[in-house]
Design a protein around this ligand. Structure first.
Ligand SMILES: Cc1ncc(COP(=O)(O)O)c(C=O)c1O
Length: 450
């Protein structure tokens, strides 16, 4: 690549006082702009600041860079694709990388989850899945099935569909109630019953039975679909209780409801399998994905759909569009090339197996933080962990914010916080030594913010 390209020169010339124009997402903008945390480059397990400080990545970016950063195979694939074909319209036209990527993704999915609809993010994936569910019932003669059921503390991105079925209060309360006809399962977390669980907690499978109550209230004939994250991630890592997801599947089958797993975080090795569906032996009707599909390198999301659902749409005159939905950048060539290359890396380096192999080492290591000041609970699952810290009086989120800031600036550790919960989800390439390094740094951070 041409190192002296105009884009590169503009980036190099950027001064810290140029921070004003970007209204940053899910960010405390004023605080950031007075004390910015700027990431300049990355390689493997590390980010680097502009002054060259190496910061170990404890969260795979934002739960997405599962293969680590700037992996040569993925970078080369993106470069080659950009030279060969920058863009092709996905409406009525196709390109080789799109079909190849879809086939590779479908191969990884269980059962007859055979068809992939591409979009550009997890939010679009959630909205796409909900729309496919509603359209499916319309075209199969049950158009009265319009209700969608999500879960408290669920996160399905920030589109209107996603926030409607989602259950994170701040993500909903400012934006009205545009999507009517939605109900919510209770969340599955109970500290008293589950504190300091490694893996799936023993307590809580019965909470799936609430679906029976909700379905009875609305009448099963009005319910289109149930959407859950197999492990709720963004709300602070809530592993599913043992047996919970199987029970949800049984109840959906009993009433003919579609079950959607939002695997935007849990997909592509995070829980030691291609998808959480495999870990739990449950085949949902649709799986949404994003993030890890191409190790976070190019925006991409999608929905994997079971064959009978796809087949139901493939009717009518051959020239007719079967689903009135799609995005300009659905299956973008660069995203697809990156996905194929990332899937190569996952396969060739056996990274899903690696995640499974070190899951218990990771869980044991994280649990050593149990007795540090303010630690109220620790949860682990796959290569994920959450540490709940006690909130400061009258300042929910302040300790978490300080922990994140101290981690980056003082401990050379990047991590994600949700209010006062630290969430960890390192790249799957993490070595055993790096497990110790991350845990040591977290310990220092927790003490520093005590
Ligand atoms: C389960 C889940 N669904 C959807 C999303 C939204 O993804 P995006 O930010 O790519 O829109 C996220 C993001 O964290 C997620 O965790």
């Amino acid at each position: 690549m041409d190192g002296a390209s105009p884009g590169r020169a503009a980036i190099d010339a950027m001064q810290p006082n140029d921070l004003n124009s970007w209204w940053m997402p899910f960010t405390a903008n004023r605080s950031f702009k007075s004390s910015p945390r700027i990431i300049a480059r990355a390689k493997d397990m590390h980010y680097y600041t502009r002054d060259g400080r190496a910061v170990i990545d404890g969260s795979a970016g934002l739960w997405c860079c599962n293969a680590g950063h700037n992996r040569d195979h993925i970078v080369s694939a993106i470069q080659a694709q950009a030279q060969e074909l920058d863009y092709a319209p996905p409406f009525q036209f196709g390109h080789p990388a799109g079909f190849a990527a879809a086939a590779r993704i479908a191969q990884l999915a269980p059962g007859d989850l055979d068809h992939v609809f591409f979009c550009n993010s997890g939010s679009e994936a959630a909205d796409t899945a909900l729309k496919i569910a509603l359209a499916y019932w319309n075209i199969t003669g049950q158009g009265q099935r319009t209700r969608l059921i999500g879960r408290e503390r669920g996160y399905h991105g920030v589109g209107f569909g996603g926030i409607s079925v989602g259950g994170i209060v701040n993500n909903r309360k400012y934006f009205g109630t545009l999507l009517a006809g939605v109900d919510h399962l209770p969340h599955t977390y109970n500290r008293q019953e589950q504190a300091f669980s490694k893996g799936e907690p023993e307590w809580g499978a019965h909470l799936a039975d609430e679906l029976e109550r909700i379905v009875a209230l609305h009448d099963p004939s009005t319910v289109a679909a149930v959407i859950v994250e197999p492990m709720a991630g963004s709300t602070g890592v809530l592993p599913p209780p043992k047996g919970y997801l199987k029970r949800l599947r049984e109840i959906c089958d009993k009433y003919g409801l579609l079950l959607i797993f939002d695997e935007v975080i849990t997909g592509f090795g995070r829980l030691g399998c291609a998808f959480a569906a495999e870990r739990y032996g449950v085949v949902p009707d649709m799986i949404t994905f994003a993030k890890g599909v191409n190790s976070g390198t190019v925006p991409m999301g999608g929905v994997i759909v079971r064959k009978p659902i796809y087949d139901a749409f493939m009717k009518g005159p051959p020239h007719a569009v079967e689903l009135f939905h799609g995005y300009t950048y659905s299956g973008h060539p660069l995203a697809c090339a990156a996905a194929i290359a990332a899937l190569d890396v996952y396969r060739d380096e056996k990274l899903f197996e690696r995640a499974k192999a070190i899951e218990s080492v990771w869980a044991d290591a994280v649990m050593t933080l149990k007795d540090l000041p303010n630690v109220l609970d620790i949860r682990t699952l796959g290569l994920v962990a959450a540490i709940d810290l006690a909130s400061k009086p009258d300042a929910v989120g302040a300790r978490g914010f300080e922990a994140m800031d101290h981690g980056f600036n003082e401990a050379d550790l990047l991590m994600r916080v949700t209010a006062d919960t630290i969430a960890l989800s390192p790249p799957l390439i993490m070595t055993d030594n790096q497990v110790d390094e991350i845990i040591d740094k977290i310990g220092r951070v927790i003490r520093a913010v005590a």
